[in-house]
Design a binder for this molecule. Structure first.
Ligand SMILES: Cc1cc2nc3c(=O)[nH]c(=O)nc-3n(C[C@H](O)[C@H](O)[C@H](O)COP(=O)(O)OP(=O)(O)OC[C@H]3O[C@@H](n4cnc5c(N)ncnc54)[C@H](O)[C@@H]3O)c2cc1C
Ligand code: FES
Ligand code: FES
Length: 1346
C-alpha cells in the first residue's frame, strides 16, 4: 500500500476556500464551477480545449522560487483534482458591475470587443492572466495569450485594439508621438508636427469609437491576493492524495517508487499531467479510465538536469516550462549547440494555445503517439533517449524507427512509466530544422510536420548523417530510412543530391490515395517542400564555409515562414453633428448595452438559468446511418441505469404532432420509419444529469436496414435527379440564347463554395418548464425565432399557442444557425417536459451540434456568359445548385437569394437563372449570414475574372465597366435608386492606394520566387428584405412606468449584433429621453406575438420602425401635456399623464411597403433597398506550403446614416472575418457515406486572432442617408460577409503569379474555400511535378466534397 495523507479536496475559488470531502475525480473543473458552485460566468464552448471560452486562471505557489505562478487554463479539460492546493480565479473574481470592473473587463467592453459575449469571459481571463504574470508585456505576448481563444462575432480587431492600450508597445509609441495616455496634445504642441498620430492612419486605431484616456489605469495593488494559507503551509502541495469516486480513483503519489508501485498494481492506470489528450478521449470518445495518477510531485518527472551530452527533461514537465528552460539555455550557449532546442522552442509557438501549453506535458505528447504530434518528429529526428521505469527496473530506449509499433502504440510496457527524455546538444556542424503546416497557423494540429537533422562533414562538405522524421504521412511518426542511407556521403552542394533526396523521400513516405485525413497530393508535396526549405536554410548557413554555395535572391523567399506583426487598423465614420442633443444617441458609438455584464460574466445565457426544482436533463439518440429503415430501438439497458427517468421515441408521439419543419413539415421530432441522414434524432433519454443522460443514450441499441442510394454530393443529386419538388426555380430576363448567338465572346465555367459551420460559441440550448396548470409552458431557448418555437412547440404538444411562452434573453451567437434549427431541440425538450411533467434542459455538446444541426449550403454554380470585346457582359445562363440535406428547411429561399444575387454588383441585362435545391443524405442545411447571397455572388466575381483572363484585360477595369450605376435595372427588374456602388468603388481604390500597390506587388513578385503577393477588389450589393413578403413586418410594445422608466419589447432577438442597443437608441431619440431610462429584458412571445425571425439583416429596419411607431404614438398622447408644461422633466410628464388617465403602454407595428416580387412574371419589388460596399485585399502566399497571410484589407461601406457606428463597424469586421472563414479557411470534411469528420474546433478551423488582416481599415461612406429605413440607416448584418472573398481572389492573383514563374498557364480554378492545400497545389512546381497522380476511380477517397 502506498501512503495516503489526504482524501479531502481543498482549493480556492475567487478567494473563497472550497473543501470537498467527497469529490468525484471524474469531474472537470468546468463542471465543478458551473454545476456545483454555479459560477456560470465561465462558459462551455467546445469541451475540448479548442475555443478558450472556459479559460480561467490557476495560481500556485512555487516554493523553490517563492513566487506565485499564474497560468491560463482550459477549465473544460482540467480535472477538478488537479487544482488541489491551488487558487482558481474566474471572471466573477476580478470585477463586477455591482462593484468595479477590472481594466481587462472595462477595456474590452468599452472598445466594443464583446458582441454576443459568449467568448468574452474566456478572452478576458487570458488577458487577465497575462497581466498578472508579467509586469510589462508587448503585443507579441498578447498574441501568444490569445492563441487559444476564439470569437465568432467581432473579427478580433476591437479586442486587440482595446487591449493594445495596455501594452508596452502602445506606451512607447505614444511617448514617442508626444501623447499621454492616448490623448493627443494640441496640434501646435505636438512634437511630431506632420507626423502627429492624429494624422497617421495607424494611430487612428480607436477611430473615435472610444477614448482610451478615460479608461481606468491598471493598478496591480488592487489585484486580489494569493490565499495566504496556500503560501504558509505546504500541506496541500506536498502530501500524497487519494480521491475515490464512483468510477474513477485519483492518486497523487509523492515519490517515484510509490508511483511505480501503483502502476504495477494498476497497469491500465493513466498518468495524467495536462489531461489534454485523456480529457478529450473521455469526453468525446467515451473512454473510461478508472485509475488516474498525477505525477506532479515526482522530482524525477518534473525536473531537469544537464547531463553533459544534452538536457534530461522530466516527462511531466509542461510545455510552458520547457519553453522557458530551453530559451534560457539557448541564451547562454553557442548557437550551434542548441539547434534542437531552438527547433523545439520554434515549434512550441505553433503548438496548441497557451492554455494547453501551460498544463500539457512533453511525456503526454510523446506517449500518446499521435501521428501528427508536433514534438515527436523533432524527438525522433534527434533520436532522443527515453528513460522508462517500472517496479522491475529501468530501461533506456532510443526514440528511433522502432519506437512506435502502430497507430498510437509504442514499445513502452503497460507497467512502465516514461520518466525522462534526454535531448542531445547539437555538434558544431550539425543543423536541425522543424516545420509544420496546418489548416490554421495558430492553435491547430499539423497536416504534415517534419524535423530534419543533418550532420555535415566540414572536411569535404558531404552529408555525414541525415535523419528526417515526418508526421502526418503514416499512422505513426516516421523516420525516413532510405533517405538517410541514400544521402549519406553525398555532397551537400550538388543539385543531384537534392533531386535524389526528393526521390528517396517519395519512396520513404508513400501515401495511399484513400489515406485518412485526405488532401493526399498536398500531403505528399509537403515533405518535399519542407526538405527544399531546410536545404536552402542550411545552405545559407553554409555559405562561406563550403565553396560554391550560393542562394539566389529569388530563392531566399523560400526561407521564412510568416511571422507575427503588430496589426494596424482604422475606422472612419460620420460623427454626429455638433448641434445634436446629448440625449440623442443615434449616430453615436454607444457600447453594446450588455457589454459590461458580458465582460463580468453576469450576462445570463440559456444554460446559465438557475436549476429548476425537479429538473431533468435530456440527451438525444442520433442516427448513425445516412439512409436506412429504422427497424428497432431497444432502450431496456439504458432504462435500468441509475438516475435515468425515461426514454421517448416516435412511438410516444402522435403522428401528426411528430411532423415539424419551419415552412413545410417534412421533418420529425423523432424519426419514425426512415432515417435520411446521420445525426437525425431518433429518440431521447431523460435523466438526472447530463452525464447520465448521455451515457444512457449511448446504450440504446438501434437496428437499421440499409437503404440505397446514399446521396452526399451535389453531383450525386444531379445524377439521381434528387431535387425537392417544383425545381428548378426560374428567373428569366430576355432571351439569353439569342444573346449567345450574337455575342462576340461566350465562355462557360463553374465554381463552388463549401459548407460552413455556424460555430456560434453557444450551442443549441433549451429549458422547458411546465407551469402545472392550463397546459402552460415557459420555453427558454437560444433561438433567433421565438415565434416559430412557440408555434412548433404548441403543435407538438397539441395545445393553443397562447399557452407557450417562448423567451429569449440573448444568444451566444446565431448567424442564421438558430433561425429554424433551434426547433429540433426545443420541440423534443418540450415534448419530454410534457410527458414527465418536469422541467427539461438540454444544451448540445459541440460535436452533437456540428454533426446534427446543419450549416451553410454548399453550392455549385454552372454558367455560360456572353460579352463584348471590351468585356461588357451581355447575358448569362446560370444553373445554381445547393446541397440542402435531408429536408426543406429554408433551402428554397436560400437558393432564391442566390438567384437574386448571382450577378453580385454587375449589370447583366439578359439572364436565365435556374435554381435547384438538391435533396441529399446529409444533415439539413439552413440559414447562414448572407442566406445564399454570398454563394450566388461568388459566381459573378468568378465570371468577371474569367472574362478578364480570357480577354487579357485588367480585372479592375473590367469590373468598373460592368458595375451597376444609378437607375440600372437588375435581372429581376428592380430599379436601382441611390446606388452608391461607384462611390464606394472609387473611394476604396483611392484610400487603399490600389494603383501604386499593384505596381509594388508586381515588383515583389518579380523579385521573389517562393512568396507571391496578390491584390483584388471586390464590390457587393446586398438586397435588404425577406424574400417572403409576409415576413417583412414587426411589432413592438412599450410600457412606461410612473417613475418614468421605460420597458421596451420588440420582436427581434439579441445575438450579439447589438439590436437591443440600437432599439434603445431609436426609442431614446424618438421619445427624447436618455438611453439610461430605457430597458429591454428579453424577447418574449407573450409580449410581441407573431414575430419574424431576426434575420435577413432586417432586424433593425423592421423592429426599429415598429419601436419608432410605438414611441410616436406615445409622443402624440403626451404632446398636450408637453405643450402645457414645456419645461417639465420626463418624469413629471409621465406622472402627469398617469394622473390625467393617459395610457402609458402602446404597441407599434410596421410592415415594409411596396414589396412583392412575382416569380411568374419576374416583376415586382424584391428588396426595399440595397447595402453596398467594396473591399480591397492584399495577401501574400507561401508557394511551398500553401500558407498565406492577409496583409491588408480596406473596406468602404454605405450604411446610410449609421444608427451606431461602433456596432456597425463591428458588424462589418465580424462579417468580413466570418466571410474569410467561408472563402479561405473553413472546411467541413465528409466521408463518402456522409459521416462528418469535423466535429469540433480541433478539426474545424474558424479564423483566430492571428488570421485577421495585418492592416484592417473600415470606412463608412459619408453623406449617403437612406430614405428607406429607420433614421436613414441601412442594414448591415449580412452585406459585408461577401467582401471577404477579396482575400480569395487576391490569393488567386498570387497563385497566378507563381504559375507564371513555373511556366504554367496563368488561369486556374479556385473554388471556396481557398485552403492551403488548394493554394499549394495551384502553385505547381518542380516538386509537385515529381508526384504521380492516382487515377480517379481506382480508389475510394477518404473524404468527398458535398
Ligand atoms: C486544443 C488542443 C490543441 C492541441 N494542439 C496540439 C498541437 O498543436 N500539437 C500537438 O502535437 N499536440 C496538440 N495537442 C495534443 C496534446 O495537447 C498534447 O499531446 C499534450 O502534450 C499532451 O500532454 P498532457 O500532459 O495533456 O497529456 P495527458 O492527457 O495527461 O496524457 C496523455 C497520454 O500520455 C500518457 N502519459 C503521459 N505521461 C506519461 C508518462 N510519463 N509515462 C507514461 N505515459 C504517460 C497518459 O497516460 C495518456 O495516455 C492538442 C490538444 C488539445 C486539446
Ligand atoms: S470550452 Fe474549454 S476550450 Fe472550449
Ligand atoms: S462576441 Fe465573441 S463569440 Fe460572440
Amino acid at each position: 500500500m502506498i501512503p495516503v495523507e489526504m482524501t479531502t479536496l481543498v482549493f480556492y475559488v475567487n478567494g473563497k476556500k472550497v473543501v470537498d470531502e467527497n469529490v468525484d475525480p471524474s469531474l472537470t473543473l468546468l463542471q465543478y464551477l458551473r454545476n456545483k458552485l454555479r459560477l456560470c460566468g465561465t462558459k462551455l464552448g467546445c469541451g475540448e480545449g479548442g475555443c478558450g471560452a472556459c479559460t480561467i486562471m490557476v495560481s500556485k505557489y512555487d516554493r523553490s522560487t517563492q513566487r506565485v505562478i499564474h497560468l491560463p487554463v482550459n477549465a473544460c479539460l482540467a480535472p477538478i483534482c488537479s487544482v488541489h492546493g491551488m487558487a482558481v480565479t474566474t471572471i466573477e473574481g476580478i470585477g463586477s458591475t455591482k462593484t468595479k470592473l477590472h481594466p481587462a473587463q472595462e477595456r474590452l467592453a468599452k472598445a466594443h470587443g464583446s458582441q454576443c459575449g459568449f467568448c468574452t469571459p474566456g478572452i478576458i481571463m487570458s488577458m487577465y492572466t497575462l497581466i498578472r504574470s508579467m509586469n510589462k508585456f508587448k503585443m507579441e505576448d498578447m498574441e501568444i495569450a490569445f492563441q487559444g481563444n476564439l470569437c465568432r462575432c467581432t473579427g478580433y480587431r476591437p479586442i486587440i485594439e482595446g487591449y493594445k492600450t495596455l501594452t508596452e508597445d502602445y506606451e512607447l509609441m505614444h511617448v514617442a508621438n508626444g501623447l499621454n495616455n492616448g490623448k493627443c496634445k494640441p496640434m501646435n504642441g505636438c512634437a511630431m508636427g506632420d507626423q502627429c498620430c492624429k494624422l497617421q492612419k495607424e494611430d487612428n486605431s480607436t477611430g473615435g469609437l472610444y477614448s482610451p484616456s478615460e479608461w481606468a489605469p491598471l493598478d496591480p495593488s488592487q489585484e486580489p491576493i494569493f490565499p495566504p494559507e496556500l503560501k504558509l503551509t505546504d500541506q496541500y502541495d506536498s502530501g500524497s492524495l487519494y480521491f475515490k469516486g464512483k468510477e474513477v480513483e485519483w492518486y497523487r503519489p509523492t515519490c517515484l517508487k510509490d508511483l511505480l508501485e501503483l502502476k504495477s498494481k494498476h497497469p491500465a492506470a493513466k498518468i495524467i499531467t495536462g489531461n489534454t489528450e485523456v480529457g478529450v478521449e473521455v469526453k468525446f470518445r467515451h473512454f473510461v479510465y478508472p485509475v488516474l495518477i498525477q505525477p506532479s510531485l515526482i522530482p524525477e518527472m518534473t525536473g531537469w538536469k544537464d547531463v553533459g551530452t544534452g538536457l534530461n527533461i522530466g516527462a511531466a514537465m509542461t510545455l510552458w516550462d520547457i519553453e522557458h528552460l530551453l530559451r534560457d539555455v539557448i541564451s547562454k550557449s553557442p548557437k550551434w549547440k542548441t539547434r534542437i532546442f531552438q527547433a523545439i522552442v520554434d515549434m512550441l509557438h505553433w503548438f496548441a494555445g497557451k492554455q494547453i501549453r501551460s498544463v500539457a506535458a512533453i511525456g503526454g505528447n510523446l506517449m500518446t503517439g499521435s501521428p501528427i504530434s508536433d514534438l515527436n518528429p523533432i524527438l525522433m529526428a534527434a533520436i532522443v533517449e527515453l528513460e522508462l521505469q517500472s517496479k522491475n527496473g529501468t530501461r533506456h530506449v532510443l526514440m528511433d524507427e522502432t519506437f512506435f509499433t502502430g497507430y498510437r502504440k509504442n514499445v513502452v510496457h503497460n507497467d512502465e512509466v516514461l520518466v525522462s527524455i534526454t535531448i542531445p546538444y547539437t555538434q558544431e556542424h550539425q543543423y536541425f530544422y522543424a516545420h509544420k503546416q496546418a489548416k490554421r497557423r495558430d492553435d491547430d494540429i499539423a497536416i504534415v510536420n517534419s524535423a530534419i537533422n543533418v550532420l555535415i562533414d566540414p572536411k569535404d562538405g558531404t552529408i555525414a548523417n541525415i535523419d528526417c522524421a515526418f508526421g502526418g504521412m503514416a499512422p505513426t511518426t516516421v523516420l525516413a530510412l532510405k533517405t538517410r542511407e541514400g544521402l549519406k556521403g553525398l555532397p551537400w552542394n550538388d543539385p543531384n543530391t537534392l533531386d535524389k533526396a526528393y526521390q528517396l523521400l517519395i519512396e520513404d513516405l508513400p501515401l495511399s490515395p484513400s489515406a485518412p485525413g485526405g488532401m493526399i497530393q498536398f500531403r505528399r508535396a509537403l515533405p518535399l517542400s519542407f526538405f527544399f526549405r531546410t536545404y536552402l536554410k542550411i545552405s545559407k548557413e553554409l555559405q562561406g564555409t563550403i565553396p560554391g554555395i550560393t542562394i539566389s535572391k529569388r530563392d531566399e523567399s523560400a526561407l521564412d515562414q510568416f511571422h507575427y506583426q503588430i496589426p494596424k487598423s482604422s475606422q472612419y465614420y460620420e460623427v454626429a453633428p455638433d448641434g445634436q442633443s446629448k440625449d440623442d444617441s443615434v449616430g453615436r458609438p454607444v457600447p453594446h448595452v450588455s457589454a459590461f455584464k458580458q465582460a463580468t460574466g453576469e450576462a445570463v445565457y440559456c444554460d446559465d438559468i438557475p436549476y429548476q426544482e425537479n429538473e431533468l436533463y435530456m440527451a438525444f439518440i442520433y442516427s448513425t446511418k445516412s439512409h436506412a429503415t429504422l427497424v428497432d430501438m431497444d432502450a431496456s439497458e439504458a432504462l435500468q441505469m441509475e438516475g435515468v427517468t425515461g426514454f421517448l421515441c416516435a412511438k410516444d408521439i402522435d403522428e401528426h404532432c411528430n411532423q415539424v419543419g419551419p415552412a413545410i413539415h417534412d421533418e420529425e421530432v423523432f424519426i419514425s420509419k426512415t432515417v435520411t441522414s446521420m445525426g437525425q434524432v431518433l429518440g431521447c433519454i431523460v435523466a438526472q444529469d447530463q452525464t447520465t443522460a448521455q451515457r444512457a443514450a449511448r446504450k440504446v441499441k438501434v437496428t437499421y436496414e440499409d437503404l440505397q442510394p446514399v446521396i452526399i454530393s451535389i453531383e450525386d443529386a444531379i445524377k439521381h435527379k434528387s431535387y425537392f419538388p417544383n425545381m428548378p426555380k426560374k428567373m428569366i430576363q430576355g432571351d439569353v440564347d439569342k444573346v449567345f448567338k450574337t455575342a462576340p465572346h461566350v465562355i462557360e465555367g463553374e465554381c463552388r463554395t463549401g459548407y460552413q459551420e455556424h460555430f456560434y460559441l453557444e450551442t443549441h440550448c433549451t429549458l422547458v418548464v411546465p407551469k402545472k396548470e392550463d397546459d402552460e409552458y415557459d420555453v427558454f431557448t437560444s433561438s433567433q425565432h421565438p415565434s416559430e418555437i412557440n408555434k412548433l412547440v404548441a403543435h407538438v404538444l397539441n395545445v393553443p399557442q397562447n399557452r407557450i411562452f417562448t423567451k429569449v434573453k440573448r444568444m451566444g451567437g446565431g448567424f442564421g444557425g438558430k433561425e429554424s434549427r433551434g426547433a429540433y431541440v426545443a420541440t423534443a425538450a418540450a415534448f419530454a417536459a410534457s410527458k414527465f411533467n418536469r422541467p427539461v434542459r438540454i444544451m448540445l455538446d459541440r460535436d452533437e451540434d456540428m454533426a446534427s444541426s446543419g450549416g451553410r449550403h454548399p453550392f455549385l454554380l454552372r454558367y455560360k456568359v456572353g460579352f463584348t470585346d471590351e468585356g461588357r457582359i451581355l447575358g448569362c445562363d446560370i444553373q445554381i445548385y445547393n446541397n440542402a440535406g435531408y429536408s426543406h428547411d429554408l433551402s428554397v429561399a436560400v437558393v432564391e437569394r442566390a438567384m437574386f444575387h448571382f450577378e453580385n454588383a454587375y449589370k447583366i441585362p439578359v439572364a436565365r437563372v435556374l435554381g435547384y435545391v438538391c435533396k441529399t443524405n446529409l444533415p439539413t442545411n439552413t440559414a447562414f449570414r448572407g442566406f445564399g447571397g454570398p454563394q450566388g455572388m461568388f459566381a459573378g466575381e468568378t465570371m468577371i475574372r474569367e472574362i478578364a483572363d480570357y480577354l487579357k484585360k485588367d480585372v479592375v477595369e473590367l469590373s468598373r465597366l460592368n458595375l451597376y450605376q444609378e437607375a440600372d435595372i437588375t435581372h429581376y427588374n428592380q430599379l436601382l435608386e441611390f446606388c452608391t456602388l461607384g462611390r464606394c468603388w472609387d473611394e476604396a481604390l483611392e484610400s487603399s492606394g490600389y494603383a501604386q500597390r499593384k505596381l509594388d506587388i508586381e515588383k515583389f513578385n518579380r523579385e521573389n520566387r517562393w512568396k507571391k503577393r496578390g491584390i483584388s477588389v471586390v464590390p457587393t450589393k446586398f438586397g435588404i428584405a425577406f424574400t417572403l413578403r409576409f415576413l417583412n413586418q414587426a411589432g413592438a410594445l412599450i410600457l412606461i412606468y410612473q417613475d418614468g422608466s421605460v420597458l421596451l419589447s420588440h420582436g427581434g432577438t439579441e445575438m450579439g449584433q447589438g439590436l437591443h442597443t440600437k432599439m434603445i437608441q431609436v426609442a431614446s431619440k424618438t421619445l427624447g429621453i436618455p438611453i439610461s431610462k430605457i430597458h429591454i429584458t428579453d424577447t418574449a412571445t407573450d409580449k410581441v406575438p407573431n414575430t419574424s425571425p431576426t434575420a435577413a439583416s432586417a432586424g433593425s429596419d423592421l423592429n426599429g420602425m415598429a419601436v419608432m411607431n410605438a414611441c410616436l404614438t406615445i409622443n402624440e398622447r403626451l404632446q398636450p401635456i408637453k405643450d402645457r408644461m414645456p419645461d417639465a422633466s420626463w418624469e413629471k410628464i409621465i406622472q402627469t399623464a398617469y394622473i390625467d388617465q393617459i395610457s402609458l403602454s402602446c404597441t407599434g407595428y410596421y410592415r415594409t411597403p411596396e414589396l412583392g416580387y412575382d416569380w411568374n412574371t419576374n416583376t415586382g419589388k424584391a428588396f426595399n433597398y440595397y447595402t453596398y460596399g467594396v473591399a480591397v485585399s492584399e495577401v501574400m502566399i507561401d508557394c511551398l506550403t500553401g500558407d498565406h497571410q492577409v496583409l491588408r484589407s480596406d473596406i468602404v461601406m454605405d450604411l446610410g446614416s449609421s444608427l451606431n457606428p461602433a456596432i456597425d463597424v463591428g458588424q462589418i469586421e465580424g462579417g468580413f472575418v466570418q466571410g474569410y472563414g467561408l472563402f479561405v479557411l473553413e472546411e467541413m470534411m465528409y466521408s463518402p457515406t456522409g459521416f462528418i469528420f469535423t466535429r469540433g474546433p480541433g478539426a474545424y478551423k474558424i479564423p483566430g486572432f492571428g488570421d485577421i488582416p495585418l492592416e484592417f481599415n473600415v470606412s463608412l461612406l459619408k453623406g449617403a442617408p437612406n430614405p428607406r429605413a429607420v433614421y436613414s440607416s441601412k442594414a448591415v448584418g449580412e452585406p459585408p460577409l461577401f467582401l471577404a472573398s477579396s482575400a480569395l481572389f487576391a490569393i488567386r492573383e498570387a497563385v497566378k503569379a507563381a504559375r507564371v514563374d513555373a511556366g504554367l498557364p496563368e488561369a486556374f480554378k479556385l473554388d471556396a474555400p481557398a485552403t492551403c492545400a488548394k493554394i499549394r497545389m495551384g502553385c505547381q512546381d518542380h516538386l509537385t511535378a515529381k508526384l504521380d497522380v492516382p487515377k480517379p476511380g481506382t480508389f475510394t477517397p477518404w473524404n468527398v466534397i458535398p
